[in-house]
Design a protein around this ligand. Sequence first.
Ligand code: TRP
Length: 445
Amino acid sequence: MKIERFTRLGFILAASGSAVGLGNIWKFPYIAGEYGGGAFVIMYLLTVLVIGFSIMIAEMFIGYEGRSDGVTCFENLDHAKPSIWRFGGFMGLSGLFVMIFYSVVIGWIFNYIVIALTSLPANVTEAERVFNTMLNTDIVTQLFYHTIAFIIITYVLLKGIKGGIEKLNYVLMPLLMLIIGGMFLYATTLDSFGAAVDFMFKADFSKINSEAFVVAVGHAFFTLSLGMGAILTYSASLPKGSNLIKSSLYVVAIDTAIALAAGLMLFTFLFQYGAEPAKGPGLVFISLPAIFYEMGIIGNFFAVIFFVALAFAGLTSAVSLTEPMVQYFISRWNFSRLKAALSMGLFFYLVGIVALLSNIDTYESSLTFFGNNFFDLVDFVTAAIMLPLGGLIMSIFVGFVVEKQRVEKVLKEPLGKFFELWYFSIRYVAPTALSIVALNLFGII
Ligand code: TRP
């Protein structure tokens, strides 16, 4: 089967569109706040640089050399036939699992665009009430916007790589960068910018514990879209002769820049208007709207463009979370694109409704497992278990299963003298860090 090709810029935009998502603007600031700021941020940056970047290169390599859907890529690169490594390709499934809650959150964002346009909550108490009412009681609103998210995402996917995914990213990514960049610049003019810089970069390492480490590694994977075959699937559509190192660098740099800009901007606003760096997912949905209200007219304007940017970030990531499975069904099961996109869309849409209901007061107790409701459970299992596991599989596969010459053929020249360093990292450093995460998770260390 012939796979459509991105243009070079199209690939960079699509891959960074995948990476820059709710993880950057919604999740990163609140976990940074939760784990105490500076020390956590530094640990996260180190993980991104040492582990994330190496695995990004490895994952791009698998897609670029394998030239197919996730499962077939693993088969193509393994000389043993039949390849047991094809199960590695099934990591593409976990992207679809992420979509179960991701699409619901995109729905909340749509709702907040409307709230920003009509009436912002006047203070934090009011903002809390608005958010909690939506989350815990309002099935109709959530369902309505979740449905819109499902329709947009599925539509883009059924238009394919060039006509859908590339086009979407060509339009949304530059706008997103413009909005976040503009708001960040405004934040630098406020007095509290310095306090935000302190909060984000002043390291108090006593706050760091093994939980923070696990969360930082998990988030590094999540934010870079690694370990789920999203980058792999896009890389199968890279134009021939692409420089994988340059591409990874761009993606890592853009992703990190946007996370830091979003974090600094949010904390500047929080400090400027005397709000506590709110804990938990309510940060952008509770503290921020109340602050925008206080900022007056410019706040109203910011509120609208901020939630629009957040929606853009979410949508470009959502298509990349679903595309691996779409691609898999097209190439292995001979599905038409229409049928593949529609069935994957319906999967996350319908299971997403269960996730949505698990936040509703009346249903929560019956949809709670292992002490977490279904929504939180999906978030935890994907970010903390499936992604690092996917990364582990990919690094061992590239480090030990694929012949070294084959890896060298593609990566030796662009990496130059860093090749051996990277190879070492993929063989030993990344798997070790990921194993520590796994062992810690299961309470072994
Ligand atoms: N990186 C996105 C974010 O930060 C989420 C995401 C998109 C993702 N595609 C992925 C995470 C693939 C893991 C794997 O929100």
